[in-house]
Design a protein around this ligand. Structure first.
Ligand SMILES: *Cc1c(COP(=O)(O)O)cnc(C)c1O
Length: 365
């Protein structure tokens, strides 16, 4: 590092230049994150200097975390669900598998997940020494539940489905998975990292949450469609005692034990996530989600006119197309199967969709 510090002006000028190198959000069609809501920024600023890793020092912030978990539990049809604010879907998925492994301590554990599972399951399974068994998808990119059932054996500690897949925006047949989980007595984790803040606000969503009796835990990320600041995830468990299985003694903190994966945890994004929910209410969230879904439909219709039909009709605001060439300047992504993948987040406004479509039109004219 420098021997002598440099001035605030110099640092800010440097940081400003670097920040200017980042992609403008109106060109980003590939991300599940979005511009935080102004309410989120304001709340985050107020709580910037808090640490949920030592909640006894920040009882006010800790109360907000409990409220956030409470609100999300109600949204997932289980008032009083256990849970805590994580750094995102990855941590939530890791925690789900940790719990499942504690609940069924077999020698050679395996977890059955769909082929569409987020790569965080690869990390989780590798870290925990759990064999990851991938169930194939059906023609619409949803987990084939019967194939999943066939992969379950005595050593299966967890079954998992995705509610809003990262690549194709599909909801797996969670009701069927719930039946299988109940029948066989296995832990069922629903990865609703993305869809958890979309599906509850749709007209007639497929069932995916604690309303299904076999669902043991859910991942839901406010830093995606919840428009919070990053990092704001939430892990929800049907019973608080499931989390308590992960308790580790914490000698020098204000609490005696903790079940979180991270130690030091930011309170800002948690306050931000809560503030956005309070500010918008169900009506406000519904309006935003409806807008994103309408933009997704417009994108799919516009691409169809160009002769590029979507590979499937998505359940949430993620669309995939068989399309190799895209105009310059847009940040797009590809699925593992090579399809063009676009996410219609709140920052992807109707006018952004129209400019993308017209650039596509020129390219394919
Ligand atoms: C985004 C996502 C994750 C990972 O979440 P992070 O917040 O990036 O850790 C996990 N599962 C699904 C389905 C996701 O969409």
């Amino acid at each position: 590092m420098r021997e002598k510090g440099c001035s605030r002006e110099e640092i800010m000028a440097y940081l400003g230049r670097r920040r200017g190198e980042d992609c403008p959000s109106c060109t980003i069609l590939s991300s599940m994150c979005t511009d935080p809501h102004p309410m989120a920024l304001e709340a985050d600023t107020l709580f910037r200097c808090t640490n949920l890793g030592d909640p006894g020092l920040f009882p006010g912030t800790a109360a907000i975390e409990r409220h956030l978990v409470g609100r999300l539990g109600v949204l997932m049809h289980l008032p009083g669900a256990g849970g805590y604010a994580t750094s995102g879907g990855t941590e939530s998925n890791i925690q789900a598998l940790r719990i499942a492994r504690k609940m069924k301590p077999v020698k050679r554990p395996n977890a059955v997940v769909p082929e569409s599972a987020h790569f965080s399951f690869d990390k989780a399974c590798e870290m925990l020494g759990v064999e990851m068994r991938m169930a194939p998808l059906d023609g619409r990119f949803r987990m084939d539940a019967e194939a999943a059932e066939a992969l379950v054996d005595r050593n299966t500690i967890a079954l998992s489905g995705v509610a809003g897949t990262t690549e194709y925006g599909m909801v797996d047949p969670i009701s069927r998975l719930s039946e299988i989980a109940e029948e066989k007595g296995i832990f069922l984790h629903v990865d609703a990292a993305f869809g958890g803040m979309v599906l509850p606000f749709l007209e007639d969503p497929p069932p995916f949450d604690f309303s299904l009796p076999g669902v043991s835990s859910i991942s839901v990320d406010p830093h995606k469609m919840g428009m919070s600041t990053i990092p704001a995830g939430c892990f929800l468990a049907r019973e608080q005692r499931m989390l308590d299985l992960l308790n580790i003694p914490t000698p020098y903190l204000t609490v005696k034990q903790e079940y979180t994966l991270a130690g030091t945890r930011p309170g800002g994004p948690v306050a931000a996530a809560f503030a956005v929910l309070e500010y918008l209410g169900r009506e406000g969230m519904q309006a935003i989600v409806e807008g994103c879904m309408a933009n997704t439909r417009r994108l799919i219709d516009g691409m169809e006119v160009l002769g590029i039909p979507a590979v499937t009709i998505p359940d949430v605001n993620v669309a995939a197309f068989p399309c190799d060439r895209v105009p310059e300047g847009w940040r797009i992504s590809r699925t593992r199967q090579g399809h063009l993948r676009l996410v219609c987040m709140p920052h992807v406004s109707r006018s952004v969709i129209e400019s993308f479509l017209s650039a596509m039109g020129e390219l394919y004219a």
